[in-house]
Design a protein around this ligand. Structure first.
Ligand code: ZN
Length: 295
């Protein structure tokens, strides 16, 4: 009995908390913009594999997230986001995993939600040339990469193929952005490596998609003033971080919110405007450049 009462009490508090967060969202966040960052989306949850090894979302959870978002926010195109004359959310995906195409894209299509795919190119050139953190995840559970079952390798760790990248490049909802070649911590690269990571990835993405590549996202959100300056000097017109390190280059340190769960209370908290202030100001006076730049 006591347990039931306790559970009811917790449920009531959760409900109250969620409602308060909804009120906060209407007050603080309804007139701003958020950039959201997602990573992998798996077809389903695998019971016998540790949660930490699996992609953060399943397709069903991602669908639940977009359903929650769709009733509260507009889905913005990158152009609308930079222009800043309407509120809403810009969806972004980091890394360029194959599962973004197989599992996230159909859900984006269902909701007609535009998204930016920030693609690391090493695992597009060779899908099994996994990014460093994917290698670590694979080794943590299977000891050796070659022990990973084929189905799981494709679902969790592979980069998108060149054909998938071509399809994304011409897809009306998808904009391709850069995410370096090999996903290093850019603050730890010397100048020569930094230039290579920034220039080669864009060259490859542009050659495959035939589209300009105007924006990039820092791997693991890692940047400093030197890195942001190199990104600007390489010809990118904007760059996305996670937390701003406030180096005085607002266009090259755009903040994003990582979403790692689909629970409504979690979404309400993250998007309340309390966790992170929404972006209110236009970010690019010369917004006509985005998507039409030197790419
Ligand atoms: Zn990444």
């Amino acid at each position: 009995m006591n347990l039931i009462r306790q559970a009811a009490d917790i449920a009531t508090r959760l409900l109250w908390y969620t409602r308060m967060l909804e009120v906060a969202r209407r007050l603080l966040a309804s007139r701003g913009r958020f950039v959201l960052v997602f990573h992998g989306v798996a077809g389903r949850r695998y019971k016998d594999i540790p949660h930490a090894v699996q992609p953060w979302h399943t397709a069903a959870e991602f669908q639940q997230t977009l359903r929650w978002l769709a009733t509260r926010f507009s889905f913005l195109t990158p152009e609308e986001f930079f222009r800043g004359d309407q509120s809403g959310v810009l969806l972004t995906f980091d890394d360029g995993l194959a599962n973004n195409v197989t599992h996230a894209l159909p859900v984006l299509e269902e909701f007609e939600a535009p998204a930016v795919f920030f693609v690391s190119t090493q695992h597009v050139i060779a899908p099994r040339n996994w990014l460093p953190q994917k290698r670590r995840q694979a080794r943590r559970h299977w000891a050796r990469e070659e022990n990973v079952p084929e189905e799981i390798a494709v679902e969790f760790f592979d980069g998108m193929s060149v054909d998938q990248l071509v399809d994304c490049g011409i897809h009306p909802l998808i904009t391709i952005g850069a995410h370096t070649v090999s996903h290093p911590l850019l603050t730890q690269c010397d100048d020569q490596q930094l230039t290579y990571e920034l220039i080669e990835t864009r060259k490859f993405l542009r050659a495959v998609t035939g589209q300009p590549v105007a924006t990039m996202a820092y791997p693991t959100g890692d940047y400093d003033r030197r890195v942001a300056t190199a990104v600007r000097d390489a010809g990118y017109q904007a760059a996305f971080a996670v937390d701003s390190r406030r180096v005085g280059m607002p266009l090259f340190e755009i903040e994003r919110l990582g979403l790692y769960e689909a629970h409504p209370a979690y979404l309400a908290a993250k998007l309340s405007g309390l966790y992170r202030r929404p972006i209110r100001e236009p970010l690019l006076p010369e917004q006509h450049k985005i998507g039409h730049g030197s790419g």
